[in-house]
Design a protein around this ligand. Structure first.
Ligand code: GDP
Length: 461
């Protein structure tokens, strides 16, 4: 898919989502894009457009014709290389969103010599033509998939630079030192020292601290992207399924008075103030009576391990201090980092709540009392955990892995420097660290990595 020679092809695809709509967009990129369009796109009265007179990036109104039959009234925009998304000549056709019309126009382009674009191929070309760097290309992928305000914010920040500048700055400084060290190797017989060791140690320390901050942001960044995992845990009949329904405002989980009805995990997304939460109802952790329940209980344990927040739900009329403590210990043993939020349910059953704990929330899932308070508390926990809307955050697993690899070699270099290991080894470590930082934004030549990145795009992008 990425072979250089396929870049010679002119590619075409429907860039709007599949299906019927008001308007659809067909995009064609490559050497033949203008030529093919001129054979298909005419003025209202069937006369030809003069390509020499076309103003680029301006919309033209006309018709698409096949054998003198009008297929559709369309708007067309021409983008001349290099001023286009891909960097090549590009034409975008805005037609009516009938599936037939879209397919027909696509077919006409194919008949005239264009080929169907592969998934992400427009963006690959943009990358190969230097219109986007890798992390920007990945940000576009995230932007397309963003469903919430927070995901969108992260993608836009990354598209507009994000931590790219910081990484490039670190890379340049390290490159500087690496070249001085290489120079020392060239003059090794003369025992000279071009690179100031104290400064190098300082640089490595500050680079490590910057990278550390980025890798630390990954857990939150990734959670914002995929949804903050929240597990609802509690004894059978505490009202977990009812709470899940109240939070999601729909009848998702089966509510029943027979303990152990929720045998599997039920999960759905809930958006609070622009952040997605994945709310997971568990089968509850207790003695398994049969095999199916056992599976459910094991899954509950696994979901606690992945949770950022555990809602410990208790029936206020039945709660006892002893079992609360047992639950807390159990959650801590599975996942010491999880925030435990104690929520007391069924307050509608009591005339008055005699004693209130400061850090707990009192609700009625059935009567939908204080559900909003609970939602705002979930949002605040995310803020307390360090989410700031404009802080650069690593959301991409590939970047996270590259940063960790860079960190490993920087630590090694730091150790080597302190223990006076040979200059060759330090030069090696720096080279590897720089290589991993470069992989985040810069020139990756490995076809496998590129394939992996761009395969996540849809066709037409
Ligand atoms: P789970 O086993 O923890 O999932 O509990 P369910 O959601 O299935 O609820 C068990 C029972 O408690 C059902 O009969 C619910 O209607 C009832 N229930 C749940 N929440 C409340 C509440 O806030 N007030 C009252 N009075 N009953 C509730």
């Amino acid at each position: 898919m990425l072979l250089q020679n396929s870049l010679e092809d002119t590619i075409v695809a429907i860039s709007s989502p599949y299906g019927m709509g008001g308007v659809a967009v067909i995009r064609c990129s490559g050497k033949l894009a203008f030529n093919i369009t001129q054979q298909l796109f005419f003025k209202k009265k069937f006369s030809k457009w003069d390509l020499k007179k076309i103003v680029f990036r301006k919309m033209y109104y006309g018709i698409i014709i096949e054998n003198e039959n009008v297929i559709d009234d369309v708007m067309v925009c021409f983008f001349q290389s290099p001023h286009s998304y891909t960097g090549e000549d590009v034409v975008e056709i805005y037609c009516h969103g009938s599936i037939y019309v879209q397919q027909k126009i696509l077919q006409l382009y194919l008949n005239k010599g264009a080929r169907l674009a592969n998934a992400g191929e427009f963006t690959i070309r943009a990358y190969l033509n230097g219109k986007l760097n890798l992390s920007e290309a990945e940000a576009i992928g995230d932007l397309i998939h963003a469903e919430t305000e927070a995901e969108h914010r992260l993608a836009i920040d990354q598209l507009r630079g994000g931590y790219k500048n910081l990484i490039e700055h670190l890379r340049e400084q390290l490159l500087n030192f690496a070249s001085l060290i290489e120079l020392e190797l060239d003059f090794s017989e003369e025992d000279v020292e071009f690179a100031n060791r104290t400064q190098l140690i300082q640089l490595l320390q500050s680079a490590l601290s910057d990278i550390e901050k980025l890798t630390e942001s990954f857990q939150m960044g990734n959670a914002i992207k995929t949804g903050i995992p929240v597990v609802i845990l509690g004894k059978p009949n505490a009202g977990k399924s009812t709470l899940l329904n109240a939070l999601l405002n729909e009848e998702k989980a089966i509510v029943s008075e027979i303990p152990g009805t929720t045998r599997d995990l039920i999960e759905d997304k809930l958006i609070i103030n622009g952040i997605a939460f994945r709310i997971i109802d568990t089968a509850g952790i207790r003695e398994a009576k049969d095999e199916i329940e056992k599976i459910g209980i094991e899954r509950a344990q696994q979901s606690i391990q992945k949770a950022m927040i555990v809602i410990l739900l208790q029936d206020i009329s039945k709660s006892d201090h002893h079992s609360t403590e047992e639950y807390i210990q159990m959650i801590n043993s599975f996942n010491p980092n999880a925030v435990i939020l104690k929520v007391y349910n069924k307050i509608d059953k009591l005339n008055e709540i005699k004693f209130k704990e400061d850090d707990s929330i009192y609700i009625s899932a059935k009567e939908k009392i204080n559900i909003d308070v609970l939602k705002q508390k979930l949002f605040h926990i995310v803020l307390e955990k360090g989410y700031q809307p404009h802080r650069p955050m690593v959301t991409n697993v590939r970047h996270f892995n590259e940063l960790n690899a860079a960190k490993k070699f920087l630590n090694k270099a730091l150790n080597d420097l302190k223990t006076n290991v040979s200059t060759e080894l330090i030069a090696e470590d720096l080279k590897f660290a720089i290589h991993h930082l470069s992989n985040i934004t810069g020139n990756i030549t490995s076809e496998d990595i590129l394939k992996n990145i761009f395969s996540k795009f849809c066709i037409g992008k």
